[in-house]
Ligand binder design. Structure first.
Ligand SMILES: Nc1ncnc2c1ncn2[C@@H]1O[C@H](COP(=O)(O)OP(=O)(O)OP(=O)(O)O)[C@@H](O)[C@H]1O
Ligand SMILES: [Mg+2]
Length: 286
């Protein structure tokens, strides 16, 4: 990458600085399960994440500004505006799953939102909830309530990210539902630009940041299969692995099955053939 300086690595992305105001985000094919990065990559996964995010960025500009400036021809590199990221993971939940279900069972609440009694696992909530968490530097993110969120970013900004996150979730979940996918929950990241404006950054409504369920097999009261990582989870469970690093290598059939699911999610949501995206990433923008 001759035109850029490497400035950081996330679990999935490599960050490069293009100049003072722009970053290049390169999505790798790394996959994590149970929060552990596995030694085996899923070919094209990074391109699926990049293309899907760009698809949503292009369609939500009326709701909020976003960091996307351009996609590069490799389909996995996003030129974006460099932001001061807020110390909040902006989670929206439309259904009771994962840590939301766990908290509800223990306390009857999710992040300080009191819910009706008698809800079952994976049930749709009466209305979508904003349930932010802190960005943990180590281990799992920690769910927080409104007061703690306001302490972190201030009341005005907290209300802006809450309102914007809910509007984005409503938009994306409606479109996904039309395409046979339930968007159970999602995580968004926002930052501020140099004018102090709120900007959506990172990735948006991808299988890595969201829980996608196939609508045709959804049954409240059960744990729905995850659209994308289920073959990986099932394989890891079958080994009796203790979920501590290092994770296991994946055999070719699990890799291929997982790749096919990421591509299916991409094609169903964008309505665009993955081969067309690979030939010209800009096809998802129009
Ligand atoms: N426009 C932006 N400006 C600055 N930082 C950004 C921008 N968009 C995304 N980021 C940051 O880049 C990183 C993306 O890398 P990746 O998704 O691999 O990280 P992660 O594993 O999800 O999280 P972590 O940063 O905790 O490792 C995240 O830390 C994210 O907050
Ligand atoms: Mg990330």
């Amino acid at each position: 990458m001759p035109d850029a300086v490497h400035v950081g690595s996330g679990k999935v992305r490599e960050l490069y600085e293009l100049d003072e105001t722009r970053l290049l985000l390169v999505a790798s094919d790394r996959i994590s399960t149970f929060d552990v990065i596995l030694p085996t990559e899923i070919p094209d996964k990074g391109r699926v994440l990049t293309g899907l995010s760009a698809f949503w960025f292009a369609r939500t500009r009326d709701l909020v500004r976003n960091h996307l400036l351009a996609l590069r021809d490799d389909g996995r590199s996003t030129e974006c505006r460099r932001l001061e990221m807020l110390p909040l993971e902006c989670v929206v939940r439309g259904y009771l799953a994962g840590s939301g279900w766990k908290d509800y069972r223990a306390t009857g609440e999710v992040c300080g939102h009191r819910l009706p009694t008698g809800l079952v696992e994976s049930q749709q909530l009466p209305s979508a909830l904003f349930t932010p968490s802190t960005k943990a530097t180590e281990g799992h993110d920690e769910n927080i309530d409104r007061d703690r969120g306001i302490e972190l970013v201030g009341a005005d900004l907290y209300e802006r990210v809450e309102r914007t996150s809910l509007a984005l979730y409503e938009f994306a979940s409606r479109l996904a539902r039309e395409r046979g996918i339930i968007l159970a929950d999602t995580k968004l990241e926002f930052g501020l630009d140099d004018e102090g404006e709120l900007v959506l950054g990172d990735e948006a409504f991808t299988p890595d940041s969201s829980r996608f369920w196939p609508a045709d097999v959804y049954t409240p009261g059960t744990t729905p299969p995850s659209f994308d990582k289920q073959p990986v989870r099932d394989y890891c469970e079958s080994l009796g692995w203790d979920k501590l690093p290092p994770g296991p290598e994946l055999p070719p059939d699990v890799v291929e099955g997982t790749r096919a699911r990421y591509i299916e999610a991409f094609e169903r949501l964008t309505g665009c053939a993955f081969a067309d995206y690979a030939a010209d990433p800009n096809t998802v923008l129009s």
